[in-house]
Design a protein around this ligand. Structure first.
Ligand SMILES: [Ca+2]
Ligand SMILES: [Ca+2]
Ligand SMILES: [Ca+2]
Length: 189
């Protein structure tokens, strides 16, 4: 069972992933994120780079679908998402969870560590907020919460900790709760 706090964070995450706001997550949501990224990075439709970015973002969706474990599924509703998250991420076996966290961390670094220096700068983190249309004003507070050693960058270790806290922690003060911006306004179902 998810706690109320865990459920609120997971609904917040679902709402972010449901980019086109139709109440389910599907491939179209992910290509929308890719399109935003191309605008941010000055990449025009029809170019090789454009196709590469759209396909790398939609691969995140294929990966998520594969981990939800239903190959016939073309979209996931909020209930399906919460059920999956409960069974595999929050209260599942450690090995499934470890794979999931690793995929999320690698996915974020693959997409947003633009200069390839193995850390996420504030600017790169803002790109994540812009691409997913998360309210930009929360990015600074979120970034400071993720940057545990306060060196101005998010390392892979710091991101792993944040991802773990975001998905699993039941502590309202856990810093990782802020990974995707302001989760506190979200009510449970
Ligand atoms: Ca959608
Ligand atoms: Ca970087
Ligand atoms: Ca740091």
């Amino acid at each position: 069972m998810l706690t109320e706090l865990q459920e609120r964070k997971l609904i917040h995450y679902f709402d972010i992933l449901d980019h086109n706001g139709n109440g389910s997550i599907e491939e179209d949501d992910f290509s929308g994120v890719g399109e935003n990224l191309c605008v941010l990075w000055d990449i025009l439709p029809g170019t090789k780079e454009y196709k590469k970015i759209i396909s790398s973002v939609t691969q995140q969706w294929t990966g998520l679908l594969a981990s939800i474990g239903n190959n016939n599924l073309e979209s996931a509703t909020k209930e399906e998402w919460l059920d999956f998250a409960d069974r595999y991420i929050v209260n599942g076996e450690k090995k499934d969870y470890d794979v999931y966290v690793k995929n999320v961390v690698e996915g974020i670094f693959g997409m947003f560590d633009q200069n390839g220096d193995n850390v996420i700068s504030f600017k790169e983190y803002i790109d994540l907020f812009m691409a997913f249309r998360i309210e930009i004003r929360h990015s600074a507070k979120s970034f400071v919460n993720m940057d545990v050693n306060n060196d101005g960058f998010i390392s892979k270790q710091e991101l792993e900790l944040a991802v773990e806290e975001f998905y699993r922690s039941d502590d309202p003060d856990a810093k990782g709760n802020w990974l995707f911006g302001d989760w506190e306004r979200v009510m449970s179902v």
